[in-house]
Design a protein around this ligand. Structure first.
Ligand SMILES: Cc1cc2nc3c(=O)[nH]c(=O)nc-3n(C[C@H](O)[C@H](O)[C@H](O)COP(=O)(O)OP(=O)(O)OC[C@H]3O[C@@H](n4cnc5c(N)ncnc54)[C@H](O)[C@@H]3O)c2cc1C
Length: 245
């Protein structure tokens, strides 16, 4: 472990109280959850937090969730949580959580999977399902301060209806000529998976990427990495984060 990591560690791994200040559906299965927490003072786009729930009998469950918001000085941040069938923690957020409820959090976590500005040049982002959440934070951060940096988002989900923040992303792509959106709806009639043509379209819009961030299931991240490397992008530019098995 590097000395830099050991200096940061005591701050990162302390649990903090967080209070839900707003909760609302964003797709049929995903809720936006805004929380007030001391951790919201300093985080980079792309990072995640660990969330811990404690039942009355002391039973605890903890999971990781990416931060969807860009830092805005409000002392709050937004998570976007997809309800999985019989999911313990996502089920609580989906069915039980309400404004005023408290959970515990630690972080922010994910130094290498984070972005804050023009280090590296154009951004190539690839998200599968709820893996788009940390990439949304990067695009929101870019919109705050770094609009000159070209960015392309490749986003794969089962259907358009299940695409998180689709209206916001489409609006961004329609109004900002430096942003492009490349969608793959895998389970719609005529739908498709991420492929070489989608990657080529994204690269045509931004030119050579300075940083590549990929997030989603193992399957999505593996496919996206292979396609992007096959398109000539150096492996060393690619940062990945994987959800689930
Ligand atoms: C770095 C990181 C960031 C993440 N960010 C996000 C995010 O932004 N948004 C998001 O929605 N998720 C995110 N996740 C995923 C999240 O951490 C949880 O894994 C997810 O919410 C599921 O947790 P759960 O408690 O609801 O489900 P779990 O209770 O853990 O169950 C997961 C699934 O497995 C099934 N299952 C559980 N136990 C069994 C069993 N014994 N046999 C068969 N099936 C079983 C359940 O039915 C469920 O469908 C992230 C993960 C990581 C690692």
């Amino acid at each position: 472990m590097s000395s830099a990591t050991s200096v940061i560690e005591p701050i990162v791994f302390r649990w903090h109280q967080a209070e839900i200040t707003a909760i609302a559906p964003v797709t049929p299965h995903v809720k936006s959850v805004r929380l007030r927490c001391a951790l919201a003072q300093t985080y980079r786009a792309g990072q995640h937090v660990d969330v811990r729930l404690t039942a009355e009998d002391g039973y605890q469950a903890q999971r990781s969730y990416s931060i969807a918001s860009a830092q805005d000085g409000s002392g709050t941040f937004e998570l976007m949580i997809e309800a999985l069938p019989d999911g313990e923690v996502s089920g609580w957020f989906s069915q039980c959580a309400d404004v005023g409820d408290r959970v515990e959090m630690r972080g922010p976590i994910g130094g290498s999977f984070s972005w804050d500005g023009p280090d590296g040049g154009p951004l190539l982002l690839g998200g599968g399902g709820s893996g788009v959440v940390p990439l949304l934070a990067m695009l929101r951060r870019r919109a705050q301060h770094w609009r000159a940096i070209p960015a392309a988002l490749i986003y794969s989900a089962r259907t358009h209806a299940e695409m998180i923040a689709l209206a916001e992303l489409e609006q961004l792509a329609a109004t900002d000529p430096q942003v492009s959106l490349h969608l793959a709806a895998t389970r719609e009639p005529g739908g498709k998976r991420i492929d070489a043509a989608l990657v080529a379209g994204a690269l045509t819009r931004i030119g050579a990427p300075g940083k590549v961030f990929l997030c989603g299931s193992n399957r999505f991240v593996a496919a996206a990495s292979d396609l992007i490397m096959a398109a000539g992008v150096a492996p060393g530019l690619i940062r990945t984060e994987r959800f689930g098995a």
